[in-house]
Design a protein around this ligand. Structure first.
Ligand code: ATP
Length: 231
């Protein structure tokens, strides 16, 4: 199993049309670790991930995935380094069937994972166009695709959005398996209870900066709630 940092992001800024919305964030995800990013709406969580993975302008900072430097605005470089990112729009091809979406995501050498065992709905609807799935079903397909295509780092925006409670637990269990196989896992979510229950480390973002970074312990949920309540 690998050890050490899979993602090393230092001083990352994110900007839209020259205006910074994320200012100088440091973020590391180690092999075997599930890291959660929390924060209220508009605090810069998605923009941070976008800047790391090359989808949003990154006017400053450096990003390494698996020891490879990832230039700004080069999503293919992150993908080549084995990273897989599920953006908020769920990243599925609507006109392709569920089975085709899964087949396209599968990478040689990725961790052994049978999507239909974790998400039975994907087997039941294998021949259905992905565009006709509900929001929660699309999220299950998106998560499965992301797991199938990650070989170093897996990142998911708005992880539990639209998922029914039973699937939320299954999904975190799957992410733990992914981390146990040696990958780094990074998730964004709005739910402090879920993130502090299932993640090893949490970051809370406020106004484009990290307001709290902590290894999860007994007092973490209270500290997180304190920050979120102040906003
Ligand atoms: N495409 C865009 N163009 C201009 N500004 C944007 C764009 N996307 C986001 N922003 C701005 O960047 C800031 C951070 O937004 P971001 O979406 O990263 O926050 P977030 O914490 O992920 O919130 P949410 O949970 O609502 O997605 C906000 O002020 C937002 O208005």
């Amino acid at each position: 199993m690998r050890s050490g940092a899979i993602l090393r992001a230092t001083g990352v800024r994110a900007a839209y049309r020259g205006v910074d919305v994320v200012g100088g964030v440091d973020l590391e995800v180690n092999s075997g670790e599930v890291v959660g990013v929390l924060g209220r709406n508009g605090m810069g969580k998605s923009s941070l991930l976008g800047a790391i993975f090359g989808l949003v302008d990154r006017p400053g900072g450096s990003v390494e995935i698996g020891g490879t430097r990832i230039p700004a605005r080069k999503p293919v470089a992150a993908s080549r380094a084995g990273a897989s990112f599920l953006p908020e729009d769920r990243g599925v091809f609507p006109s392709l069937t569920v089975a085709e979406n899964l087949a396209l995501a599968k990478r040689r050498g990725a961790m052994p994972f049978e999507p239909t065992e974790v998400f039975p709905m994907l087997g039941e609807r294998a021949r259905q166009a992905a565009g006709s799935l509900s929001g929660g079903q699309k999220q299950q397909l998106g998560v499965a695709r992301t797991v199938l295509s990650a070989t170093s780092l897996l990142a998911i925006d708005e992880l539990t959005h639209g998922l029914q409670p039973s699937m939320v637990v299954e999904t975190f269990r799957l992410l733990r398996r992914v981390a146990d196989s040696g990958l780094g896992v990074l998730v964004i979510d709005q739910n402090p209870e879920l993130i502090t229950r299932h993640c090893d480390r949490v970051l809370v973002m406020e106004g484009g900066r990290v307001a709290l970074e902590a290894t999860v312990g007994d007092d973490t949920l209270d500290r997180v709630r304190g920050i979120l309540a102040l906003g």
